[in-house]
Design a protein around this ligand. Structure first.
Ligand code: CTP
Length: 362
């Protein structure tokens, strides 16, 4: 805590809340080397909230308190999270300091927009939420992988095909697997587009989300994004068929149709064959209830995929809604990797390890 921070909250309060020692003074007796020890022991350094005064002192390379001294002694990644009045944030001096700090390699977040202190309106200046800061720490700590500088397109969730204005055909996809993949790709340094149907989970921080409803809309979104994408991971479960003649007004109970004629929706992955970038890595999923591996191999080859993630929805702990999955990765070179039951977040990392290896080999 800087002397300024101690004006707002006492060190004892933070010590009691965190159960951790709070360091304050650069010149406290017996603590002469604290700034070196703290800086060396840290995996990453996070300054939150960072004031305009801190930005100025950091940009000038000062070391006149414990915080700025630590900053100069740090050799790991640094995340700076500014929070201040919107006019102060907009001031050219502050913006110049931010630009200089970014030039030094520090990651400086943009403040959130919203209500500021003293009824000062709604400009940018708020400290981002802790979840957002936490996600950025994860990205910062990730070893620089081959996904840095790449654009990854992920699809997630189900699609809905209307029967009438109030009813639809869909499936049980939750979007968890796609969200885990998008989060992991962003953490590994990629620019991530997530095309999401109506999911039962929140999209992850950091990624650009494109909300869609129907399979046609998902196809159109992918068509627009694929030419800029280095990787496509098709984790969504688009509806495979839709009512041939959706009613324009609610179908009354008294008028229940004896049957509903269905027509197929486009196979999105298959249709991307024509518009993929030459070196793009294409990953699909196969959701099966019988002969999983055999069907998966056939889908990989029919849809011309580098990798297909085969899962059997009938297995305990695999498939829709749950947080775990048990998959086999079938690759273009014929290799098949049966992974144990693991969290979907771990499955996402296993898939992206393979994607990174494929990019590296091209
Ligand atoms: N997929 C797609 N477009 C569709 C349906 C599926 O792009 N209209 C994608 C899925 O996202 C997945 C892969 O194709 O990556 C395989 O999906 P799956 O439902 O397992 O197979 P289908 O191709 O739909 O074949 P089937 O229903 O006969 O099993």
């Amino acid at each position: 805590m800087t002397p300024a921070a101690l004006e707002f909250v006492g060190a004892i309060t933070l010590e009691a809340l965190t159960g951790r020692p709070v360091h304050t003074g650069l010149f406290d007796p017996g603590r002469a080397l604290d700034h070196i020890k703290l800086a060396r022991a840290a995996r990453a350094m996070v300054v939150a909230p960072a004031t305009a005064d801190f930005l100025a002192r950091a940009a000038a390379g000062q070391a006149n308190d414990l915080l700025t001294a630590c900053l100069l002694a740090a050799d790991g990644p640094v995340l700076i999270v500014p929070a201040m009045n919107d006019h102060m944030w907009a001031h050219p001096q502050v913006q110049r300091n931010v630009a200089h700090l970014r030039g030094l390699g520090y990651r400086v977040l943009e403040p959130d927009e919203g209500m500021l202190a003293a009824g000062e309106g709604h400009g940018p200046g708020r400290m981002p939420e802790p979840e957002s800061i936490f996600a950025h720490i994860g990205r910062l700590c990730e070893a620089p992988g081959t996904l840095a500088g790449t654009r990854v397109l992920v699809t997630a969730g189900p699609t809905r095909e209307p029967l009438d204005p109030v009813r639809f055909i869909s499936n049980h996809s939750s979007g968890k697997m796609g969200v885990a993949l998008a989060a992991a790709a962003w953490r590994r340094g990629a620019e991530v587009d997530l095309v999401a149907g109506p999911m039962s989970v929140e999209p992850p921080l950091g990624v650009t989300v494109h909300h869609i409803e129907s399979t046609d809309q998902m196809a159109a979104a992918i068509e627009g994004l694929l030419p800029q994408s280095d990787v496509l991971v098709m984790a969504a479960a688009p509806a495979d068929f839709r009512p041939a003649h959706p009613a324009t007004s609610k179908i009354k109970k008294s008028n229940t149709p004896p049957n509903v004629p269905l027509v197929p929706t486009p196979d999105i992955l298959l249709a991307t064959k024509a518009s993929r970038r030459p070196n793009a890595v294409i990953v699909g999923f196969a959701l099966e209830t019988n002969d999983a591996l055999e069907n998966g191999r056939a889908k990989r080859s029919a849809k011309d995929l580098d990798l297909i993630v085969v899962n059997d929805a009938t297995e305990a702990g695999a498939g829709f809604g749950v947080d775990t999955n048990r998959v086999t990765l079938v690759a273009r070179d014929g290799s098949e990797d049966l992974l144990p039951l693991m969290a979907k977040t771990e499955v996402a990392d296993a898939i992206l390890d393979r994607v990174e290896a494929l990019i590296g080999g091209r």
